[in-house]
Design a protein around this ligand. Sequence first.
Ligand code: PXL
Length: 283
Amino acid sequence: MSRTLRVAAIHDISAFGRCSTTVVLPVLSAMGVQCCPLLTASLSAHTAFPASEHSTMLDLTGEMERIAAHWAELGVVFNAVYSGFLASEAQIEIIFRFYERFCTPDTFVLVDPVMGDHGKPYRTCTPALCQAMGRLASRANLITPNLTEAALLLKEPYASAPAGQAQAEEWLSRLSLDGRRSVVLTGLSFQSGIVGAGCLDAQSGQIDFAMVKREPAQFPGTGDLFASVLLGALLQGERLPDANRRAVNFVALCVRHTLAAGTPPVEGVDFEPLLGRLIQGLS
Ligand code: PXL
C-alpha cells in the first residue's frame, strides 16, 4: 500500500505569470505529493510585471495563524514544510511557530530563500525581510538559493559570486553552516554557454554539479519549478545529487519547450504540457 506524502507549501499565489503556488502545486501533485498551500499573499501577477495602479498584493499574514490553528486541530501531519516568497517579516515568526507545531525530527524543512534575482532584491523584499529570511534559513534541512540570494545570505557582494568550481564549492560549504544543512545553489556557470546547479549533501558531505546547455532567455518562476521538482524527487526517495540533476534537466526541458513555443518570457515557462514527464518519472 502506498503512503501519502504531504507538504505544507508556504508561498504566495500570483494569479498570472506562473510562479510560486501556480507552479508548486501542480508539480508536487504530478509527483504524487499532496500539497497544502499556506498562502502568504495574493497577487494579481508576479512582481516581474511592472507595478501599476491596478496591480494588487494582498498580505495574508493574518490568515496564516488561523489556518495553522485549524490544521493543528485536525491533526494534520506533514512530511515536509516548504517555504518560498514571503510578504512580511512577521511571517517569519509565524513560520517558526508552524515548525514548533508541526515538525517532528522526521519532517523535512526546505527553505527557498526567495529574495531576488540578477543581483537585485525583489521590490517587495526589504532589508529587514532579507535579514529575517536568513534566520528562517538557519532552521532548514535544505536551502535552494540562486546566486543573488546566496550573496545576500553570505553578506557578500553579488559581484563576487562564484565563476569557477572551486569558488562554488567554497560558497556551498559556507552556505551549509559547516555541514549542518544541505544546499543547492542555482544559476552557476563555469564556462560560457553552460549553466546549472551545485549541491552539497549534508548527510554525505559530498558536492555535486548538474550542468546543461544555457538557453538564450530568462524566465521568472524557474526557481520555484526547480525547487518543487527537487523536493518531489527527494520525497520519492532520491538522493540529493540525483534530485538536483532531475530538477536541472526538467527546468532545461521546460525552457527549451517555451522558447520553441515563443510565449512571452515574462509569463514564465510553459511547463503544463510537460507535467506528464514528472508523473512517469521520465524527466
Ligand atoms: O518566483 C519567485 C517569486 C514568487 N512570488 C512572487 C514573485 C516571484 C519572483 O518574481 O514576484 C510574487
